[in-house]
Design a protein around this ligand. Structure first.
Ligand code: M6R
Length: 629
């Protein structure tokens, strides 16, 4: 199984050579369209010499537009055939809505430097204030824009573009890959990377930069993959690779042998698998910038609510559908424990036609990846009509649910393409944990010391998920033994019950197999009658307090001939004798286990569906965003 650290946020392209720059970077962007985006833009450094057929007098020309690439192309007019070093960008909004001013490239106040970015700048608020105090004007709401002004400020001081970029980067914290083009050095592109992916495509008398390999494949198959901490200068005749601090780096190019379709998926056979492997990064991005140096949770999104307002909510109502509903079930348990008040979680389609006990004393939490699910949106509107305050947890910036909420805490999963949700689920759960911890702290139900321990355990989750992915071969073995089975039960108690529901949904969605989840204690009230040899029963037993109870359930299933697969924390051996198969997961704090224990089951669902030849990324009868009732 392939392992890498892909990333699916914004698309970046850059070109320097003798082809028309704008046309080339747009063509490259089109090859990254599968990643999803909400706005796009290009910048080209025009030399202003008549021989190259350019107008503009040695400057940077920038065109950007909200919407699809076709909208941008409609705006390009005579820019379309411009020559010169060029950069292009498709944006997946994180900070600031999907508008034209927020689209990249961002440009310096003197209009001579343009910059594109993929990632998140954590300290942008503070830098923005500092730059504004120094007279810099901002034209967008993005975190990115601070970087281009930092470059301009440094360039004014040292007159050296490369040094100015290096200097600017010393001020930012967070994750980024960036590409810069400037009128000061119109034949050169500069790029740097800390966390988000970036590659250099090496051509003959031309060179390319891109966030993903498919962008360069029609032009070259010789590629250098940049690593965290790299800084690269690219001209039409070559590239110079150094560290951010300027130490030379030698890295051999490799030749891409994948076809274009495989390359789109980062070498993975399906988007689902790619997205499963993106989870450590997605969780880290969702936490990024939201944990203070003192190990408290910072959620500026909720600043508008005073301590008094938050304390005045006597109940919490969560509404969501499908996977997002399962994330809500985890939150219910966690929040009730922390906040000591009733938290109801309802399927949005039931809530909207019920007679819910919701009013001005209710905090309504709306959870949705797409932010467009019709039932969830209708439930939000019903809750609002009844006077509730709406806080949403959404992945798509600027979506309808986000727009209609009083506050939005965005997950940072990046675009999720496979219909079956994976990275959106884990990031929803993490965002809901953070909101719960924040409220408990603000309401003084949690001491700073207790909060610190929670926060430390939260920040351990990306590594725990990475470690599950590192054991994927064991899941592959298991899948090969189970691929012919046709009936699956998923059992758990407490947090594990919520995960059982999610794991069962994954299998049924993509493999079309009968997969049912039950609260383990319910089996003896009916479903146990269905257990017979050949039936697979996946038993989650990660909660120490409930382990003995789960062990009894495992024995009940085993005695009736069912095949038991037990999910237990590392070091737990008490189920070994009773279970037919054991999957061990890293031991994490019980409340946080849903983020970790779901991962081997996502993999199992994927591998069974693949063995059965199912259409994984677009399962029959299902849509990614359910915008009808
Ligand atoms: O976009 P949303 O999170 O609102 O979507 C809700 C459900 O439609 C979604 O989670 C669905 O259940 C997924 N296909 C599950 O994998």
């Amino acid at each position: 199984m392939l392992r890498s650290k892909p990333d699916q946020m914004c698309g970046i392209t850059g070109y320097v050579g003798d082809r028309p720059g704008v046309r080339t970077v747009i063509d490259m962007l089109r090859r990254l369209e599968y990643r999803g985006y909400d706005s796009a833009g290009v910048a080209v450094a025009t030399r202003g010499d008549e021989a190259s057929g350019l107008a503009g007098g040695g400057d940077i020309e920038i065109v950007k537009a909200a919407g699809k690439l076709a909208v941008l192309e409609g705006e390009l007019h005579d820019y379309w055939d411009k020559y010169g070093a060029a950069i292009g960008h498709t944006r997946w909004a994180t900070h600031g809505g999907p508008t034209t001013p927020n689209a990249h490239p961002h440009y310096s106040n003197d209009g001579r430097i343009a910059l594109i970015h993929n990632g998140i700048i954590e300290n942008f608020q503070e830098l923005r204030g500092e730059l504004q105090a120094g007279g810099f004007r901002f034209t967008s709401e993005t975190d990115t824009e601070v970087m281009v002004h930092l470059v301009e400020r440094a360039y004014r001081q040292n007159g050296d573009m490369e040094q100015a970029i290096r200097d600017a980067l010393t001020h930012v914290t967070g994750a980024y890959s960036i590409v810069v083009v400037s009128a000061h050095e119109p034949d050169t592109l500069y790029a740097a990377k800390t966390a988000s992916p970036l590659i250099v495509g090496l051509g003959d008398g031309e060179n390319f930069l891109a966030s993903d390999i498919p962008a360069v494949l029609p032009y070259t198959r010789r590629v250098v993959v940049l690593e965290d901490g790299d800084f690269v200068t690219v001209t039409k005749t070559g590239m110079c690779l150094t560290t951010l601090a300027g130490q030379p780096v030698t890295r051999e190019p490799f030749t891409v042998t994948w076809d274009e379709q495989t390359a789109e998926k980062g070498g993975f056979p399906h988007f689902m698998l790619k997205e499963i492997y993106e989870q450590p990064r997605a969780i880290a991005d969702t936490l990024r910038g939201r944990i203070s140096p003192e190990e408290t949770v910072i959620l500026p999104e909720l600043e508008a609510f005073s301590q008094k307002q938050l304390g005045a909510f006597t109940r919490v109502q969560i509404v969501a559908c499908g996977t997002a509903y399962h994330a809500g079930m985890v939150a219910k348990r966690f929040w009730e424990h922390l906040l000591r008040r009733p938290v109801d979680v309802s399927v949005a389609s039931e809530f909207r036609y019920g007679d819910p006990l919701v009013g001005p004393d209710t905090l309504c939490l709306v959870v949705s990846q797409s932010g467009e699910t019709a039932d969830t949106l209708a439930a939000l509107r019903e809750a609002r009509r009844l006077g509730a305050t709406i806080v949403s947890v959404v992945n798509v910036v600027g979506s309808s649910i986000a727009r209609e909420s009083d506050a939005v805490v965005y997950t940072q999963a990046g675009p999720e393409i496979c219909v079956a949700s994976t990275k959106a689920y884990v990031t929803q759960v993490v965002a809901l944990y953070m909101i719960g911890l924040h409220l408990a702290f603000v309401e003084e139900r949690l001491s700073q010391d207790a909060l610190k321990v929670y926060v430390r355990d939260l920040t351990a989750l990306p590594d725990a998920v990475e470690s599950v992915l590192g054991g994927a071969l064991l899941v592959e073995d298991l899948a090969s033994r189970l691929a012919e089975r046709t009936t699956f039960f998923y059992l758990g108690r407490g947090y594990d019950y919520a995960v059982s529901l999610e794991a069962a949904l994954k299998l049924k969605e993509i493999s079309y197999l009968h997969a049912e989840a039950y609260a383990a204690g319910e089996m003896k009230h009916g479903p146990l009658a269905l257990v017979e040899p050949g039936v697979v029963v996946i038993c989650f037993a990660t909660e120490p307090r409930l382990f003995d109870k789960m062990l009894s359930n495992i024995k009940e299933v085993s005695a009736r001939g069912g095949t038991v697969v037990a999910i237990v924390p590392e070091g737990e051996t008490r189920a070994d004798a009773a279970a037919d198969e054991i999957l061990r997961i890293p031991a994490v704090r019980t409340e946080f286990s849903p983020v970790v224990s779901v991962v081997p089951l996502q993999l199992l669902a994927y591998l069974i569906a693949r063995a059965r030849g199912c259409e994984i990324d677009q399962p029959r009868n299902l849509a990614k965003s359910v915008t009808v009732e």
